[in-house]
Design a protein around this ligand. Structure first.
Ligand code: PEP
Length: 245
């Protein structure tokens, strides 16, 4: 049976106090969380405190990183700035709010791969793109950064339709299955058999306790990237409780 990963993208929801409170509650419920595949993505400024307080075996990641590893880049954060397990690149909020192009995302992926950190590449169409039947073109374009020199060892592709993020509009299981199958087929043309085994597919977009059980029926889903519901301890706990493994 597959072991689902829960990736908790706290975005800018939790400050340092809020992050520590969350970790204190997690520690108090050790038995529930310790044998699950969980990756927490605190904001950069809170990663140290989260790591210092954690008493449960969960992974820690960065929500984003700079394209550079070191140097005169005021206000930015290098992938090498702190020891972490995973890093999100290409989140739609980075693509849309911060106008990050595929080229920039590709450089970020390069930076992540130059360290010993596992990348999560987010892809997905906007509502306009969906309505114009451009979803597959968008996916092709966003996956096109996976050139030969950027083939990650443990790559995760998080399919996150932009229209599902923070909206409460979760696509049907059929739709998610169709998109993940499409992505998997595209990846098959890029990766050989054994490399393909190391690629995971996540779904993200308004996942919460009311829909996670139903979403688990999509067999291609290896994990969920969860935003707002993951930053509320009680909601997060209820989601984790739904996992069979
Ligand atoms: C996200 O931003 O990656 C996300 C999935 O957010 P939410 O769960 O809040 O829709």
């Amino acid at each position: 049976m597959r072991k689902i990963t829960i990736a908790a993208n706290w975005k800018m929801y939790l400050d340092e106090r809020g992050s520590i409170d969350f970790i204190d509650k997690l520690n108090a419920d050790k038995d529930l969380f310790s044998n699950k595949n969980i990756i927490l993505f605190p904001s950069h400024a809170c990663i140290r405190s989260v790591k210092d307080h954690l008493d449960v075996n969960v992974k820690i990641g960065m929500q984003d990183c700079d394209i550079h590893n070191k140097g005169a880049y005021t206000g930015s954060t290098s992938i090498n700035s702190i020891d972490i397990d995973s890093c999100i690149v290409g989140h739609s909020e980075r693509r849309i709010v911060y106008k990050e192009s595929n080229d920039v995302i590709s450089e970020k992926l390069r930076a992540v791969l130059s360290s010993d950190v596992d990348p999560i590449l987010c892809i997905g169409e906007t509502l306009e793109e969906k309505n114009e039947n451009l979803t597959e073109n968008v996916i092709d374009s966003q996956l096109s950064i996976l050139t030969n020199d950027l083939k990650a060892r443990n790559l995760t592709i998080a399919y996150e339709p932009v229209w599902a993020i923070g909206s409460g509009n979760v696509p049907s299981n059929e739709y998610i299955n169709e998109m993940l199958s499409y992505i998997k087929n595209r990846l098959k043309s890029l990766y050989s058999g054994t490399d393909l085994d190391n690629i995971k597919l996540f779904y993200g977009g308004s996942v919460d306790v009311s829909n996670v059980d139903e979403l688990l029926n999509v067999e291609l889903i290896d994990g969920f990237l969860i935003g707002s519901a993951s930053a509320n301890f009680e909601k997060f706990k209820d989601i984790v409780k739904q996992l069979k493994l």
